[in-house]
Design a binder for this molecule. Sequence first.
Ligand SMILES: Cc1cc2nc3c(=O)[nH]c(=O)nc-3n(C[C@H](O)[C@H](O)[C@H](O)COP(=O)(O)OP(=O)(O)OC[C@H]3O[C@@H](n4cnc5c(N)ncnc54)[C@H](O)[C@@H]3O)c2cc1C
Length: 379
Amino acid sequence: MKRYDVIVVGGGPAGVSAAKAAGRTGAKTLLLEKAPTIMANKPCGQAVSQETLQTAEVKPEPSIVLHRAYALVYAPNLNYVKIDRIGFLIDKSRLLQYMAAQAAEYGAEIHVREEVQDVKIEDEVVKVKTNRGEYEASILIGADGYNSTVARSLGITEKSEPIPTVQYLMVNCNIKYPDAVRFYLGNKIAPGGYAWIFPHNEKIAEVGIGVRGAPSKEYLDAFVKRFDDELGKAQIIDYRGAPVPIGGLISEPIRDRVMLIGDAAGTVIPLTGAGIHSSIAAGLAAGRVAGEAAQEGNSSRERLSEFYILYKPWIDRIKKSLKVMRALEKMSDDELNLLAEILSDQDILDLANGLDILRVAKKLATHPIFAVKLVKAIT
Ligand SMILES: Cc1cc2nc3c(=O)[nH]c(=O)nc-3n(C[C@H](O)[C@H](O)[C@H](O)COP(=O)(O)OP(=O)(O)OC[C@H]3O[C@@H](n4cnc5c(N)ncnc54)[C@H](O)[C@@H]3O)c2cc1C
């Protein structure tokens, strides 16, 4: 049985970053991915902030960045706030492949088409069984997504609350604003979530929806119908769904010899559902801690809890964004319309991303409706 310091399960944003960071510490590292290719194996809108690529230590080359994008956030009455701060629409598969190349340069071994089937901790070692063999590791990082096999094998039942999403990749579109990522809010459009149009260019766009307590596909089809001029002649060439964990970080992602990160642990920013950047950051923190701890010969939960220190800025952001989401999900469409009139682009960015929410709270503190409905809930 081959022995490693660190085994990482899952080659998504969290896993490739963890393998890279563990390899960088000099730890003997193995990355196991069940799919035949390191690529975006799950549906994804592929919209990220510029800082995401900085965190990933990847240059914004044309082979990764499809285009620079601004954002339009639509209230239920279709008034919108424009957010000029530029982000990127990326080719996520290409980003993951660049990051896998970095992991390989740091000495991580990568196996594709190798599915982890079972994991157990025996005699102070983690035993990993796959469809192709068995391995031992001092520390295991579970970055295998929302339906984590690592978590299930180890009896970790707590999961972050999911929102079901459905997304179409549509071609032959006639997109009006090809450089804008568009978000649509409202209880009629997307109860408990939002709908989006993220164009690759004028002709091709990711069109998706996340809703709670309602059938996602029916709402997505109704959403598409609203855009006859842009999507009336379009055809769907990819149709997939997946849960997005928007309930925040689970209470115990770090245990003796085991770390759960990314969607497996609920590291998505709740209000936006964005998980690429926060997963990469989680992978880098977990990989570094696991690599160093394994080489020190200390794989205890206490030692691995250094992760919480490195990842603290993100834990705070996730908590704050969750509070804002909980407050907004109780609001009527009329209240959301009113809020969109009051908030600036910076306010929306701060609230959605769990950044300076106190500043926005102060601004709304004297408002007759939002002082109670929003400010009280988020402060
Ligand atoms: C429809 C949709 C749109 C989204 N849009 C955006 C967006 O625009 N921007 C953004 O930032 N985020 C977006 N997200 C969220 C983002 O995609 C995820 O949060 C992010 O990919 C999580 O990364 P991860 O590495 O934790 O998990 P995943 O990306 O799920 O990767 C897990 C990997 O583990 C592998 N795996 C699973 N089980 C096993 C096993 N047993 N053995 C070996 N390998 C295994 C899988 O094949 C996969 O490659 C979107 C999500 C959805 C569903």
